[in-house]
Structures are given as C-alpha cells and as structure tokens.
Write a protein that binds this ligand. Structure first.
Ligand SMILES: [Zn+2]
Length: 313
C-alpha cells in the first residue's frame, strides 16, 4: 500500500478524456417539464427560473455563491473500478483536473469517493471547494464508518484528491439564472432526482442534457449509504455489494450536492449522483426521503454546457 503516498494521483493530462457539448433547452421550457413531472410525484410542486440565491449563506453554506459561468459536468472514473475488487490506484486530483481542462477559477460540488490515502479508509466525499487565485477554499466533507456510526470530517485545503467514481458540477461560482425547484409531500415512488431526470429523458429522448446543483431536504429523514472500507472479499454480485454497503436514516435538514444527466450515450456515465450532509455530523450517498408525507425540498439546479468523461474504462 505504500505506493499510494500522501501526494500520489493519476495526472489528468495522461488520462483518456471525452468531451460532449450538452443540449441546452430554454430554462423556462425545462421548468415546465420538471414542474409537470414533480406535480405527479409530490402533493405540491413548483419550478421556476430564478436568480440563484447566495449559496454561500445558510442553509446551503457552500464555498461559492452561484452556479454560473462555464458550467461543466465531470464524470470521472467508473463504478467498474470499485468491484469486484477496488482499484486503489484510481486516485485523481481535482486541482490538477481543473488546471488541465482550463477550469480555473472554479467552484466544484458533487459526489464520489474520497481520498483513501488521506483517510486510510474508504469514504464518501461530499465535494464543495473553490479554487481561485492559487488558493483553495475546501469545504469538502468525507463520511466514513467508525464503530458502525457515521463520522463526518472536513478535508484540509491541501487535500483535493478523490477516487474511483466521482460526479461533479463545476462553474465560476457566479450568479446566473437557475431552476428553483420546490416540492413537498412525496406521493409517488420516485425520488426527487429520478423524477426530474426521467422527465427530461422522456421529453428530450436521446439528446444529452446535464444538470448540477444543490437541494435542501427538511422535515424528513433521508436514506443514505456509507461504504465501509474496501472489501478484501471480491464483491462479484449486486447482492454482495448491497450486503457490503451500510444504509442509514440521517436527519434533516440535509444539504445535498451532485449532478444528473438525462441519458448515457455510451460513456459509462453515472446518470444521477448526490451526496448530502447535515449539521449533526452525518453524511453519505443520497437515495431518497424516508418520511415522504413530510418531505420538503428546495433546490437550485443549473444546466451544464459541456460534459467531460475522464478515465473511462
Ligand atoms: Zn455516491
């Protein structure tokens, strides 16, 4: 294990990368599509085009205020690097990636695996960092399991690595028009993100549309998972993976960050991926609310201009 030192990572410039220009329908059209779908899945739903509130303020407390400017989705690595045995060498550095693809300054949010060489244990990463003027404001949290419970830590500014499978939304962090999504009282089976993603796929078919952003879930607990440390026993069936992952009901209010895309045009994309944290020291990979009649969401999502797939198997 010594070969994966405190500063090692795979250089982005040497990794395969595919870039796709994303389809960008008018935001007001997208708002109508989302509102129609959410209204069928929630007691109350409204979606409108609005200015982005200052996301650096409560309740979101992110590292930059807005989601605008050079909006980019990054899908790095692959789920196939996690099973049956984790590829511990699949370590990437977000500062290196941002620099290599010309994303500086940049505000990065999203979901993936955190830097195992830093924590010495597999962890969920709730990415939130701003790279600007050679400085880094790193509010990225990592969640791992200690004595069966979640431990949530913040990464230092110097630790900008991630691993194996990561989905990120990058922008200049500027104010720009976004979709404001409000919904309450889930009546359908779909989680909020699946509902939005399927609605966009149904409307725009094989056109690739990608969004990223953040939402606040209040009033309901959330089903989230945290992966234990990498398994020594090969995880060679979906059931083995399900048995390995630990599921939790985590408390509201929960702030989640991530991305979703309408379809996968053969790039091995993870079509939706959000991680959330709360102020009680809990965090993980978001599935859905667990008290649907109470669940109350407010989210801000921006549309991506381009998607980069990095290190596709
Ligand atoms: Zn995840």
């Amino acid at each position: 294990m010594a070969q994966y030192g405190s500063d090692s990572y795979l250089q982005c410039a040497k990794l395969p990368m595919k870039s796709v220009t994303l389809h960008q329908p008018p935001l007001d059209e997208l708002a109508d599509v989302l509102q129609d779908a959410l209204a069928k899945n929630f007691k109350a739903a409204s979606v409108k085009v609005s200015d982005c509130p200052d996301l650096s303020q409560p309740p979101f407390n992110l590292s930059s205020p807005g989601l605008g400017g050079q909006s980019t989705l990054l899908d790095i690595g692959s789920a196939t690097y996690l099973t049956p045995v984790a590829h511990r060498n699949k370590i990437y550095d977000l500062k290196d990636i941002a620099h290599t693809i010309g994303l500086e300054p940049t505000f990065i949010i999203g979901a993936g695996l955190g830097p195992w060489p830093h924590t010495k244990v597999n962890c969920e990463m709730i990415a939130d960092l701003t790279i600007k003027d050679n400085g880094i404001s790193n509010q990225t949290r990592i969640a791992h399991i200690v004595n069966e419970k979640c431990q949530l830590d913040q990464l230092p500014a110097s630790e900008t690595r991630c691993m194996i499978l990561i989905n990120l939304f990058c922008s200049k962090g500027q104010n720009a028009k976004v979709l404001e999504v409000k919904c309450k009282g889930r009546t359908g089976q779909d989680d909020i993100i699946s509902c939005m993603r399927q609605a966009i796929q149904n409307k725009y078919k094989d056109k690739l549309i990608g969004l990223g952003g953040t939402f606040l879930l209040s009033e309901s607990k959330a089903k989230q998972h945290i992966m234990p440390d990498f398994s020594d026993i090969p995880l060679d069936t979906p059931q083995a993976v399900q048995n390995w992952i630990k599921f939790y009901q985590q408390h509201p209010p929960l702030v989640a960050v991530g991305t979703f895309v309408s379809t996968d045009p053969g790039l091995d994309l993870k079509v939706q991926h959000f991680h959330g944290i709360n102020s009680s020291g809990e965090g993980g990979h978001f599935y859905t609310d667990t008290q649907p009649e109470l669940a109350t969401y407010i989210g801000y999502f921006a549309i991506g201009e381009i998607l980069h797939k990095i290190d596709q198997p």
